[in-house]
Design a protein around this ligand. Structure first.
Ligand SMILES: [Zn+2]
Length: 258
């Protein structure tokens, strides 16, 4: 049962199967565990992001190197933004590893790319695996990659603050239906975290309403990520501001995480 769930998870944007425990360091408080990690996590108390500037660098069509530079810069923004949030929450922070790829690889969580996975955060190797698709390479103005990375970074945050390990423990012997319900809370929170980051730097991106509307329009749902309506709700909720605290999907009613 466990094995088949893991196999199923390989196709997910996040894979939960193995616990990743953040190492405590310095004077930071211990990473919370159990139900408290989900519902009362210190990361919810930090308020607005302080770091609000993130220029998008230029990319050239079909020039992988220019894409990697663009994405590395975005990672710098995310590390600064979230690093500050961790500091305010009193939680230990370390940057994630990230690999930008253009063809299939074997990750610590299995083969990637996998169906329905625009990116993967693997708690086993603590690495974000991001595939740059051909159609994205052809269009240097696309905005999807930006959001995919912000979403996968959201999973990394969940791992570091004790959320992924807590859900992993809870769902270890759960039925599929129960597992899916937890998966949706995780995925919708990562969506909300991505929205919170994007909203905080939006004014510095030089993007307009169409880019945001396009992004929302592209969303479609499934049983593991939630209905399109739920995805849009959490993405917008994060984008509207007030920081990661608005992204507590673990106290949300079931109707909001359907
Ligand atoms: Zn995800």
């Amino acid at each position: 049962m466990r094995k088949s769930l893991i196999a199923l998870l390989m196709g997910l944007i996040v894979s939960l199967p193995l616990s990743g425990t953040a190492a405590a360091s310095g004077s930071a408080r211990p990473v919370p565990s159990g139900k408290a990690a989900l519902t009362k996590n210190p990361i919810y108390t930090t308020g607005e992001f302080d770091f609000t500037e993130c220029k998008e660098l230029d990319r050239r069509p079909d020039d992988v190197d220019s894409y990697k530079i663009y994405l590395d810069h975005l990672m710098d923004c995310l590390n600064l933004s979230w690093g500050e949030e961790f500091k305010q929450a009193g939680l230990p922070f370390a940057k994630p590893k990230v690999r930008f790829i253009t063809s299939a690889v074997k990750t610590g969580c299995g083969k990637y790319p996998a169906p329905y996975a625009a990116g993967v955060y693997c708690p086993v190797d603590k690495t974000m695996w991001i595939l740059i698709y051909k159609n994205q390479l052809a269009d240097p103005s696309e905005f999807e990659l930006f959001q995919v990375i912000a979403h996968e970074y959201g999973h990394f945050v969940q791992d570091r603050v004790g959320i992924l390990p807590a859900v992993d423990k809870i769902t270890r012997k759960a039925s599929k239906a129960t597992y899916f319900a937890w998966s949706r809370r995780i995925e919708l929170q990562a969506e909300c975290f991505s929205g919170a980051f994007i909203g905080s730097v939006w004014h510095s991106l030089g993007r307009d309403q169409f880019d945001w509307d396009d992004l929302l329009d592209m969303k479609y749902g499934d049983v593991l990520h939630g209905k399109a309506k739920s995805i849009r709700y959490w993405l917008k909720r994060g984008w509207n501001g007030n920081g990661p605290g608005v992204c507590n999907t673990f106290t949300a009613p079931a109707s909001k995480v359907a």
